[in-house]
Design a protein around this ligand. Structure first.
Ligand SMILES: *Cc1c(COP(=O)(O)O)cnc(C)c1O
Length: 388
């Protein structure tokens, strides 16, 4: 089976991890701050806080922005459940904004419409989480204008999007948001095994997230309530978690980051090849918007159900039978049993529903071989009865 995504581990990556294993620190050593500095440098953000997953990063980002019971977080339903769960960890409620049909990202017109209604009902969101689906940035400038007008904060779920750019600047620089979150799960652009990062430009937010990722414990005298009793002294000043990244993971991340600017153009070459080879099939190919340079985490096609003799499910099954590890990103989150049990009456989200009836993620990773990609293309053409 050709998978839809796969990590690429080099000898240099292995050597970097082994070197940490032979060193004094497996965790809380020098590698994590080095990785943080490198991600800050790469994205242009002032601060970067490493954690053990993007899910943890989303959680502490919400806490740092004071999300709590009685508050609302809005996101788009075409995402992984973690984009919404972060609000529930904080006791806040979640509502969903429909997607843009071309990009699968949160629709700004739908958001504006929902904000207008929420203002009248006095239930505006405290946080909106735009998800950069498949690595293509949302329209962040327009979103930032709405954030200023309606007074909400913005956390970018850029789990797919490290290496992507928006308006010629790296995703993660937080020019239009409070915090950006990245994932380093093995299927993502670069990996640390498990791992995540939150970037921001605000020192207080970064400080707060650093405390929350490590038990709420500090050794910084300026944050303590009492003078130190001695050199052993630390204080717990808030309730935090153990969300720390290990030095093994950070070393892997540092090594992977050195190759990211090779990975992304290779992903674009894979996408270009799909664009050409699939153009005449009854498929909607992914639109690449002019304001953003996608990291191309995913290559999502949509079945033109009106034009295709086979159903979505039949096409999906036929591809899997031919050894093509297609997938579906994602099941609309608000339809999950857990979110159906929340007692929230969600708006109809017709674009998300249409997306779910049509979307298929094709294999997409930078080292997908030419032969393998030809296999994917041949299988698709065969399934549609249009062999090359
Ligand atoms: C992968 C992913 C996450 C969660 O990332 P982890 O690092 O596995 O916690 C969150 N949001 C989106 C959109 C993702 O794709």
């Amino acid at each position: 089976m050709i998978p839809y995504g796969r990590q690429d581990i080099s000898q240099a990556d292995i050597d970097a991890v082994v070197e940490v294993l032979q060193s004094d620190f497996l965790t809380q050593g020098p590698q994590v701050p080095l990785f943080e500095e490198s991600i800050a440098g790469y994205t242009g953000a002032v601060h970067a806080v490493a954690v053990n997953s993007a899910t943890s990063a989303l959680h502490i980002a919400c806490l740092a922005l004071d999300l709590g019971p009685g508050d609302w977080l809005w996101t788009s339903p075409i995402t992984f459940v973690a984009s919404a769960n972060c609000a529930r960890y904080c006791g806040a409620s979640v509502d969903f904004v429909d997607i843009d049909a071309d990009t699968g990202n949160l629709s700004l017109p739908a958001l504006e419409d929902k904000l207008r209604r929420a203002e009248l009902a006095n239930c505006l969101p405290k946080i909106v989480v735009p998800v950069h689906l498949s690595g293509q940035s949302c329209e962040m400038a327009g979103l930032a204008e709405l954030a200023a007008r309606y007074g909400f904060r913005v956390i970018e779920d850029a789990s797919h999007a490290i290496g992507g750019r928006y308006r010629d600047a790296p995703v993660g620089n937080c020019a239009y948001s409070d915090i950006t979150v990245f994932s380093f799960h093995p299927v993502k652009i670069i990996t640390t095994g498990e791992g995540g990062m939150a970037t921001c430009n605000d020192a207080a937010l970064a400080e707060s997230m650093r405390l929350l990722r490590s038990h709420g414990v500090t050794r910084d005298p300026s944050l303590m309530t009492a003078p130190a009793h001695g050199p052993w002294y630390y204080e717990q000043i808030t309730l935090g978690f153990n969300y720390r990244m290990t030095d093994l993971q950070a070393a892997l991340g540092l090594s992977q980051l050195q190759r990211i600017d090779e990975f992304i153009p290779l992903r674009h070459a894979v996408a270009d090849r799909y664009d050409q080879a699939l153009a005449d099939l009854p498929l909607k190919l992914p639109r690449r918007m002019k304001d953003s340079y996608s990291s191309l985490h995913l290559y999502i096609v949509r079945i033109d159900t009106a034009d295709s003799a086979l159903s979505h499910r039949e096409i999906f099954d036929a591809l899997r039978e031919r050894g093509i590890g297609v997938n579906l990103h994602y099941i609309p989150v608000h339809t999950q049993p857990y979110y159906q049990q929340q007692g929230v009456e969600y708006d109809p989200l017709p674009e998300s529903a249409a997306y779910y009836r049509e979307a298929i993620s094709l294999p997409m990773y930078h080292h997908l071989g030419k032969d393998q990609q030809e296999q994917v293309i041949a299988a698709l053409r065969e399934v549609f009865g249009q062999p090359e």
